[in-house]
Design a protein around this ligand. Sequence first.
Ligand code: GLN
Length: 543
Amino acid sequence: MTKYIFVTGGVISGIGKGITTASLGRLLINRGFKVNVVKIDPYLNVDAGVMNPFQHGEVFVTHDGAETDLDVGNYERFLGVDLNQQSNFTTGSVYYEVIQKERRGDYLGQTVQLIPHITDEIKRRIYQIGKDNHVDIVITEIGGTIGDFEMPPYVEAIRQIAMEVGRENTLFLHVSLIYTLPNGESKSKPTQHSIRKLQEFGIQPDLLLCRTSQHLEDSIRRKISLLCGISEDFIIEGLDTDCVDEIPLNFEEQGMGHLVAKKLGLERRATLDAEWVAMVDKLKNPKYQTTIAIVGKYTTGSDAYISVKEAIKHGGIANEASVKIDWIEAEEVTELTNLDKLFENIDGILVPGGFGDRGIEGMLTTVKYARENNIPYFGLCLGMQCLVIEYARNVANLENANSTEVDENTQYPVIDLMLDQRSIADLGATMRLGHYPCVLKENTKSYEAFQQPIIIERHRHRYELNNDFRTELENAGLCFSGVSPDESLVEIAEVPDHPWMVGSQFHPEFQSKPLAPHPLFKDFISAVLTYQKQRMNIGDDDE
Ligand code: GLN
């Protein structure tokens, strides 16, 4: 019998429902239960693929090529599992499917309505996850805040699920904000109102997670318990923290895993979280400190690169280092910039993914600086394409070489639109998406990192290295250390006579997990630490 947990949010958005959901998943996995998670986004976009990263944060890509909300990345990292196309859906996609069925005549002339047709489609998708994955528990997180206009169909659907599978097999977790006034006084009223809103829909939350900037006072706990009908021990404190990875441990300390298992009638099991505890310990007690620069397009909203940020942290854990990130707007790097000053205390440079032409020249100036000054460089997707363009221009003497994404009329289009992309008009879900294999060349930085001849990585791009320039670039010294098995597509480019300069067409950040740091991030940070030692002229006393 599959159990169902539903996570809703109260008062304001952005209070960490995703991390709470992921942390609860971790606690249940630590007890040996099989868990799957789905994120529902109540907006009308069919998926996150064409949404602006400034507004909505990163688009996370699953192995099977779904372009999802960034919370799916949090789930994968905390749960240590690979999710898929089913793991994120939107109101847009639900209506799209129902309307298509209506056009096909599947409803046999019935009047198609919000209830039951839209709610049935929502329920079908949630049930399907339980069925397809044979899991003990499906956790469903509903994006947005109770009281939003888009919310009622979802709240109604989960109320119906609770009725269908039995209330004893359902748990409602509400994540809400306890507001602290400037004088330090905590206020629970907004939370009480959000719970009342849930109750109007026929849902009584079982567990309340109070997000708060200071410890939860007993009086607040008592008040909420009395007025909202939640027993005091089912009210958990979610104190602000800089270390999200520590959150599952904080929850466990408060008995959350046990409470949830008890409420759902799951057997009581010991928790095996030693690995997670050891990881958090390493994270909080680093031996080394270093700083790298990320030079990209969406750096002011760093949620746009959340997986990159996390993967760098994982690379740090693997090297016992804490890695600080300096975010630099690519557009602000110009020929006039004093690069020595800008990168004065920087031990590594990363150029992440991006679309369009804004900021490209700044990225190319940065790449040149990294190459000429032997600073470890890691290019992700667009960052790999920049590595190739810079090499073409300044080493292979292909003057003004470019990507046709930036300059359609360039004389040397070293990066060009993939052949099968040329006839595509729609923007949504039409890129080269998801996992593809890549064959590695021995005696390269890439092979050294992976220690195996074939890897599988996730992609999200339309442009690729133009094979017309492959030999010319190779003759100029660039090494294509990873290619598709049929050799038609370059997946990794590296500069051999440089301490560590690697660019991947794929996005390694999507596969990195705290308990399994990605090999390229691990080696990048290792190169960064080596460079730092040389820069600071410190001998390695330990060895
Ligand atoms: N814009 C480039 C492309 O489509 C790079 C994409 C990316 O960085 N994800 O190929």
